[in-house]
Design a protein around this ligand. Structure first.
Ligand code: BTN
Length: 242
């Protein structure tokens, strides 16, 4: 369960950092949610930045202290969080898909991203900090291929109401999804996966390549059929052209 305690900050470097500091100080309870109006050092995946307009979007993190998932199932956390996000968008009348590994797209544009930071102890993922960015009332993303609730629905949204909606969907779904047989979880994930089993265009080492996504394995690696041969890629090795 998350959300029994919610801390609302005006300005912070990154809500993930804020949670990490609270954890270090031993003052972060399981399920605590930290949301910020503005992040001046927002972090994305793979060392990227997460830069959005102040006060217009949801930027929040939460702490899970009792996950206790085998390290070999680490990627299942990513799957579950991506599925929870797609369900959250559905609950709020937006059809979203997952772009491997866990970007969320609406109408082929990014609307949300997740930054998961795990602590591993004795072969188990013991503590997790999950950071979520959701584009809400921002309408200009410059060069980025991004969208928001406001752009999709042509109206403003209340950030707190959307946060409560996320918390509700998370609390309804997270435990049961994580408890599923990993193969069943993967079936749900693949059903939501952008480009799954469809001819797609990729950038592989600077070359434009046509292929078909066949699978995302236990480690989170992408399996793509290129000219009849299934190749395996990690995040640094392949990107979508779409
Ligand atoms: C990505 O798609 O690259 C992940 C983006 C995650 C952004 C969120 S915003 C709240 C939390 N705090 C951060 O610094 N990052 C995450």
């Amino acid at each position: 369960m998350i959300g029994s305690k919610i801390i609302h900050l005006q300005d912070v470097d990154s809500t993930n950092n804020y949670v990490a500091n609270m954890v270090k100080e031993g003052i972060c309870q399981n399920g605590t949610v930290i949301m910020a109006e503005n992040q001046f050092g927002g972090r994305g995946q793979r060392g990227s930045e997460w830069v959005v307009d102040s006060g217009k979007n949801l930027t929040f993190s939460f702490f899970l202290s009792d996950v206790n998932l085998a390290v070999s199932r680490q990627f299942d956390l990513s799957r579950v969080l991506a599925i929870v996000l797609v369900d959250f968008f559905k609950e709020n009348s937006l059809e979203a898909v997952i772009k491997w590994p866990n970007d969320i797209l609406v109408g082929r544009k990014k609307i949300s991203g997740v930054l998961i930071e795990n602590q591993i102890r004795n072969g188990l993922v013991s503590q997790v900090i999950v950071g979520v960015g959701i584009n809400v009332n921002q309408i200009d993303f410059g060069e980025l291929s991004a969208t928001s609730f406001c752009l999709e629905k042509d109206k403003q949204f209340n950030l707190k109401e959307l946060l409560f909606s996320f918390i509700q969907v998370f609390n309804q779904k997270f435990d049961s999804l994580l408890a599923l047989d990993p193969l069943k979880l993967n079936v749900i994930y693949e059903k939501m996966l952008f480009g799954f089993e469809e001819p797609m265009c990729f950038n592989v080492g600077g070359d434009v390549v046509n292929g078909i996504i066949k699978n995302v394995d236990k480690k989170g690696l992408l399996h793509v059929d290129i000219n009849g041969i299934v190749n395996t890629f990690d995040l640094k090795e392949i990107s979508f052209i779409y």
